[in-house]
Design a protein around this ligand. Structure first.
Ligand SMILES: Nc1ncnc2c1ncn2[C@@H]1O[C@H](COP(=O)(O)OP(=O)(O)OP(=O)(O)O)[C@@H](O)[C@H]1O
Ligand SMILES: [Mg+2]
Length: 535
């Protein structure tokens, strides 16, 4: 042990030095107290008073220093030093160690609730003081309030834990790479996707990890991305990952350089967002957009048809007015022609001309009658329970003579359990006759007409009566099929067709709340279907 030099100082100088030492301790900004070998307080400086709220006056010369920190007796670190009982430390302090600053010194720390009005975290540093002979004569203890530091440390630990929780629990795939592309961190979501463990992927090149191995092109792309990101670029592209079951996931992948406060790139941050469901939803959205577009087009078509129907109705009204205007002059014409026929000499040339004039006038008269018939406000329905086979047979009876003439075979198929339906017998007969005549017209060389009647279900699962009249005639051109129910649409103008048969039939069927439609193959035949509600 070095002999203290003070001993060699003259007495006055020694006292002076002691006073200075005392003043240094007293005025030190660090809280300090000193115990003598008998555990009595010999120094308790102002900073110590400030920190503990205990005045030196009440403590100097006593062994009550512990009262400043505890409510029951227990040794302080300085007491342990004096008694040389280091083995006591674990019982007294959770956090303790040998002092790194002073030889034979001890360090301890801990919370002291409500110490001078505040919860404080104190760090104690105690060291022995020896005399010239190396005998322990005192122990000095310094106290530092490191509460703020401790709080900051705790907060930073909590933040770190929170960050880690976010890192691991986010649905995003996140990792951390060295600038060379070695994987040094990876989160739970990314590992769960491939059913792997951190130990199996960390420390290896990122592009060699299982997220990429299904595609050598992607591996190369990632390798290039690492190079670019290490050079400061932000990279983003759509990629795919195969999960542990081999299911393909679409991923929005990005690679960002992470910089320190001096703007130096220290890591690369790979992130992946699973966008499989998003892409699916996008696809569905596109499909429904297309459906919507289709609906819109259909709506436009229907609108156009409605406008057309409206025009037709107006045309019908106009035609009926015209017909009334023409009817009388026509009647006068006919009468005049009949009169001329009766008074002119029976010269063949006269007679032929007059006959042909009469024929033309009669034809014009028929057209006018049809027209007026069509334009006339619909007669109120006279509904009665109708036996369907009877209705069909009686309608056929009117046109039947043609079948013999035209070499047409008739087939009837009536379901045995046909319900009785309430219909206007005469109007329905008119409909069927129109359709049968059309069928005969379509087969000048003969053929087959098949009539079926049965009970079926419509799209709304309601029971309806269905009558189908098919022929093996000339059929209807594709361009014409949508027009055959239009008034005055006729391909038989040359042979006297007015083009009102089906238009009138449609009006009658619709007044029965039914529907009529036709299907046809040009050159093969036509089927007309009538659906009637069962009431
Ligand atoms: N069974 C069918 N086979 C082929 N074409 C048909 C058939 N039924 C109707 N059509 C076509 O539909 C058009 C319209 O028929 P619609 O019965 O309304 O008039 P039309 O027969 O020409 O004249 P009319 O007013 O004298 O009946 C016909 O001209 C014809 O082109
Ligand atoms: Mg017709």
């Amino acid at each position: 042990m070095n002999r203290p030099k003070e001993n060699r100082l003259p007495k006055g100088a020694l006292e002076e030095k002691e006073r200075i030492m005392e003043a240094v301790i007293q005025n030190s900004a660090v809280a300090i107290f000193v115990l003598n070998a008998q555990h009595k307080v010999i120094y308790w400086n102002t900073a110590c008073e400030e920190l503990t709220g205990c005045k030196a006056k009440g403590l100097l010369g006593t062994g009550n220093h512990w009262k400043a920190f505890y409510d029951h007796y227990r040794p302080c670190v300085a007491d342990i030093i004096i008694d040389n009982k280091f083995s006591e430390m674990p019982k007294l302090y959770k956090d303790y160690s040998k002092s790194t600053l002073i030889r034979n010194g001890l360090h301890a720390e801990g919370w002291h609730p409500q110490l001078h009005g505040k919860d404080r975290y104190l760090a104690f540093e105690a060291a022995p003081i020896y005399d010239a002979d190396g005998k322990l004569i005192a122990a000095v203890e310094t106290l530092l309030d490191i509460s703020e530091f401790k709080k900051a440390e705790k907060e930073s630990q909590e933040n770190e834990q929170k960050m880690r929780a976010v890192f691991n629990q986010t649905f995003q795939f996140i990792g951390l790479l060295t600038l060379e592309g070695m994987l040094i961190q990876v989160n739970r979501a990314a590992l769960d996707l491939i059913g792997s463990e951190a130990s199996k992927v960390l420390g290896k090149p990122f592009w060699e990890a299982p997220w990429w191995t299904h595609s050598p092109e992607l591996q190369e792309k990632v390798r290039q991305a690492v190079k670019k990101a290490a050079g400061g670029k932000f990279i983003r592209f759509e990629a795919t990952h195969l999960d542990k079951e081999g299911v393909v996931h679409n991923v929005d992948f990005s690679l960002k350089p992470v910089k320190d406060k001096d703007e130096k790139i220290i890591f690369l941050l790979p992130e992946g967002r699973d966008i499989t469901e998003f892409l699916q939803a996008e696809r569905l959205l596109k499909e429904s957009e297309q459906d919507l577009q289709k609906c819109y087009i259909e709506f436009k078509q229907t609108q156009a048809e409605l406008i057309q129907a409206e025009k037709m109705a107006a045309l019908g009204r106009l035609a009926s007015n015209l017909a009334h205007e023409i009817k009388n002059p026509l009647a006068i014409n006919l009468q005049g022609l009949e009169y001329l026929k009766s008074i002119l000499p029976p010269d063949k040339a006269y007679i032929d001309t007059i006959e042909s004039l009469i024929k033309s006038n009669l034809r014009a008269d028929k057209i006018l009658k049809d027209l007026l018939n069509f334009a006339r406000p619909a007669a109120p329905l006279i509904l009665e329970e109708v036996d369907i086979p009877l209705l069909i047979n009686s309608s056929l009876f009117f046109v039947d003579p043609q079948s013999n003439l035209n070499n047409v075979t008739l087939t009837r198929q009536f379901a045995p359990d046909l319900p009785k339906v309430k219909l206007d017998y005469n109007q329905m007969q008119q409909v069927l006759i129109n359709i049968f005549i059309n069928a005969f017209d379509a087969m000048p060389q003969g053929g087959r007409i098949t009539v079926t009647a049965s009970q079926v279900e419509d799209v709304l699962k309601r029971k309806i009566l269905q009558i189908v009249i098919s022929d093996t005639g000339c059929g209807i051109k594709e361009n014409d099929i949508n027009r055959i129910f239009e008034p005055f649409f006729s391909t038989k103008k040359e042979t006297g067709g007015t083009g009102l048969g089906l238009a009138i039939s449609k009006a009658i069927i619709e007044s029965h709340k039914g529907a009529i439609g036709a299907e046809s193959k040009y050159g093969e035949g036509t089927s007309v279907t009538i659906d009637l509600p069962i009431i």
